[in-house]
Design a protein around this ligand. Structure first.
Ligand code: SAH
Length: 217
């Protein structure tokens, strides 16, 4: 775990030219230390759980790179009383990291098996403030809106309008934008009190695609 933290800190420094951050919030790094990533990866890959790399989790999906989880969490800049929405539960790892930092996490996953496994894993590990539901996250989760922060962990060709609508004034949406796998860019959208949205371009990234209803897998 010490090695993983060192790797995250090193990559944070290397990416500082893009992100403007030489270091990440110590609360975020403490959450990374607290969450047992080895419990979120397939048993046969447990030896690699503390590498700073994405890993396959089945169904053609991945658990994100720890640096990216830490950076996106840092960019959300959440207060302890925050309510957060995640699109793309995957393994549940990002949701677990968020759950250490905020009041409540809602997370949506479109692949039924991943949603069920993540919900069971999070419950077993005692992350009681995370609710997971199966579905298409493009539409958000209006019942619990508005959110202090929304994080999308799959790349979309454009920002889903329902997600912007479900942000609180002052809330942030962290999302990789772009076509599948290449040429994507991480962006942070901030909604101001008047409902205007400002966009910050952060850095080039590579995420699995956000899949829409009717898309062919
Ligand atoms: N946050 C995850 C990483 C997930 S990878 C983790 O910590 O492990 C992205 C996930 O987004 C995949 O599991 C994929 O199935 C899911 N996904 C893709 N399109 C989606 C959509 N429209 N709605 C909800 N989830 C989606």
């Amino acid at each position: 775990m010490k090695g993983l933290l060192r790797d995250i800190e090193e990559e944070t420094r290397l990416a500082a030219g893009y992100t403007g951050r030489e270091t990440l919030n110590p609360r975020v790094l403490a959450a990374i230390v607290e969450v047992p990533r080895e419990r979120f990866v397939p048993a046969r890959l447990r030896h690699a759980a503390f590498d700073n790399a994405p890993l396959p989790i089945g169904e053609g999906q991945t658990i994100s790179q720890p640096f990216m989880v830490a950076l996106m969490t840092d960019l959300l800049d959440l207060a302890p009383d925050a309510v957060v929405l995640e699109i793309g539960t995957g393994s549940g790892y990002q949701a677990a990291v968020l759950s250490c930092l905020v009041h409540q996490v809602y997370s949506i996953e479109r692949v039924p098996r991943l949603a069920a496994d993540a919900a069971a894993r999070l419950a077993e590990l005692g992350y009681g403030n995370v609710a997971v539901r199966e579905g298409d996250g493009y539409a958000g989760w209006p019942e619990h809106a508005p959110y202090d922060g929304i994080i999308v962990t799959a790349a979309a060709p454009h920002v889903p309008p329902p997600l912007v609508e479900q942000l609180k004034p002052g809330g942030r949406l962290v999302i990789p934008l772009g076509e599948p796998y290449f040429g994507q860019e991480l962006r942070v959208l901030t909604r101001d009190e008047a409902g205007h949205v400002s966009t910050r371009h952060v850095l080039p990234v590579a995420f699995v695609p956000l899949v829409r209803e009717g898309d062919v897998d």
